[in-house]
Design a protein around this ligand. Structure first.
Ligand code: FAD
Length: 451
């Protein structure tokens, strides 16, 4: 029996929102309920395609290694299947050009896998697997307007045309979710909300990729106060580069081709400019202005209707520059599965009490990273200042010490706890490398796919 499977499925669960978070929630609910109904207001394309409800899909989406591992657990064969659809796998440390704080990390072999795939292909794959589960029904073109609640329990959802009954309702409606408003309609207080506004603007353009021409599968240049221009440039299926440039507030990448490429020259490191000098553009640049990161603290609500859950961006949406959204949704889905295996009593409270510990780490990474920028409002605690000062030293040392680089990458991929960045061995290596200079990179790897 699959570890997520439980005998004796009963009842119906409704998931509102059929994007990555909603689909992963449906995957674990299908082990406990005999009918899992996923409702999405969009029409769902049969193939990988952009759609209105997920406008972020045109921009580079990195899947952290922890997220990839959970997807392999929930949908066995995920990595192999998605590679068969053209996704590029690479060594997260050896095959990615990383700049943090303007410091280029020394590339070195590791046991981490970066899976480079476009967001529509990833979502279409997950949808096809979840839709194939006998308990799951996906209804497209259905917008949910609210909840129905009786005697302290969620009893279903309201659409324009009908009421659909359910024992559990999951809000997976994303960044612009209405869950808190749905609760207040029934006399419940909206959850307290923490927000941080980093003011990032994404602009993305696709280029043709010749897999034999570069010895890397991604360029990730992080923004920092001395240079707020950043990029996530990822190889993708179909021999493409998805080139996302990010600016802050009004200093944003232009939407015309020459302006876009000129903006890339402002990045730390010459690699992207060199790439764009010869690569053939395939699309026009397209823009997305990122709203605030928002964390809804359901665990602090005195009262919630039993059976109500929230998962994915509706629970917490992050500054996407850190690539955490899909992985955090996967971790929350995994936790929901664990909660369901202990029964349904007190499910709402147990789920929210535990999921908050999952959200803590990505939220801390997002907030402490954003608070390095003077324009971002928020309280700079001593802990945040110390952490950021230490991370700057980590990035200096990672220019020459693969152990330091790898430990950092494992922490931001959620493979180890952030506390391990402060282990005695790390502290020693970071101190020893405090004056390190970039090391010339030798022996590039061949990333040409094997025929
Ligand atoms: C520009 C950008 C770049 C990003 N980059 C990354 C990255 O590199 N790595 C990463 O892991 N994450 C990234 N993210 C975050 C990632 O896109 C989300 O975390 C991920 O899509 C999971 O979101 P979700 O499923 O909760 O919501 P969404 O993907 O936003 O989907 C919400 C769904 O709900 C549906 N819906 C909304 N309202 C209703 C309603 N009333 N009734 C029915 N259906 C409804 C919508 O149609 C949609 O399908 C990025 C986000 C942005 C904005």
């Amino acid at each position: 029996m699959h570890p997520y499977e439980s005998a004796g499925r009963t009842g119906r669960a409704i998931v509102v929102g059929g994007s990555v978070a909603g689909l992963l929630a449906a995957r674990v609910l299908a082990d406990a309920f005999d009918h899992v109904l996923v409702l999405d207001r969009d029409e769902m394309p049969l193939q990988a395609a952009h759609r209105k409800g997920v406008p972020q899909s045109r921009h580079a989406h990195g899947l952290l290694d922890k997220g990839r591992a959970i997807l392999d657990e929930l949908l066995p064969g995920f990595t192999a299947d998605i590679v068969a659809r053209g996704a590029v796998t690479a060594d997260t440390h050896a095959d990615v050009i990383w700049y943090n704080d303007g410091r280029r990390m020394l590339r070195a072999p590791s046991d981490m896998t970066a899976l480079c795939v476009s967001r529509p292909t990833l979502e279409a794959y997950v949808r096809s697997r979840v839709a194939a589960l006998p308990q799951v029904e996906i209804r497209a073109g259905v917008a949910v307007d609210g909840l129905t609640v009786a005697d302290g329990r969620v009893t279903g959802v309201r659409t324009r045309d009908e009421i659909l009954r359910a024992d559990v309702v999951v809000d997976a409606t994303g960044r612009s979710n209405r869950g808190p408003a749905w609760l207040t309609e029934h006399g419940y207080a909206a959850p307290p909300e923490d927000t941080v506004k980093a003011g990032l603007v994404y602009v993305t353009r696709e280029y043709r990729r010749d897999p034999a021409a570069q010895d890397y599968a991604a360029i990730v240049v992080g923004h920092h106060p001395a240079n707020p221009t950043s990029t996530g440039t990822l190889a993708a299926e179909g021999d493409r580069w998805i080139v996302t440039l990010m600016g802050v507030n009004d200093d944003i990448p232009p939407l015309d081709g020459p302006g876009f490429e000129a903006y890339a020259a402002r990045l730390d490191g010459p690699e992207l400019s060199r790439l764009l000098a010869t690569a053939e553009p395939l699309t026009e640049p397209t823009r997305f202005r990122i709203g605030p990161s928002a964390r809804r603290r359901y665990e602090r609500c005195d009262r919630l209707p039993e059976g109500y859950l929230a998962l994915g961006d509706s629970l917490c949406c992050f500054n996407p520059a850190y690539g955490q959204g899909m992985t955090t949704a996967a971790m929350a889905a995994q936790w929901l599965g664990q909660c369901l295996r202990s029964g349904r009593d007190g499910l709402t409270r147990r789920y929210f009490a535990g999921v908050t510990a999952i959200v803590d780490t990505p939220w801390d990474i997002t907030v402490s990273g954003d608070l390095r920028f003077p324009h971002v409002p928020g309280t700079r605690t001593g802990r945040v200042k110390l952490l950021n000062a230490y991370l700057s030293k980590v990035h200096v040392a990672a220019q020459a010490d693969p152990f330091v680089g790898q430990t950092f990458l494992k922490a931001v991929n959620f493979l180890i706890s952030p506390q391990q960045l402060m282990s005695p061995r790390m502290l020693w290596r970071v101190w020893r490398g405090r004056k390190a200079q970039p090391v010339a990179q030798t022996a590039p790897r061949d990333l040409t796919p094997v025929a």
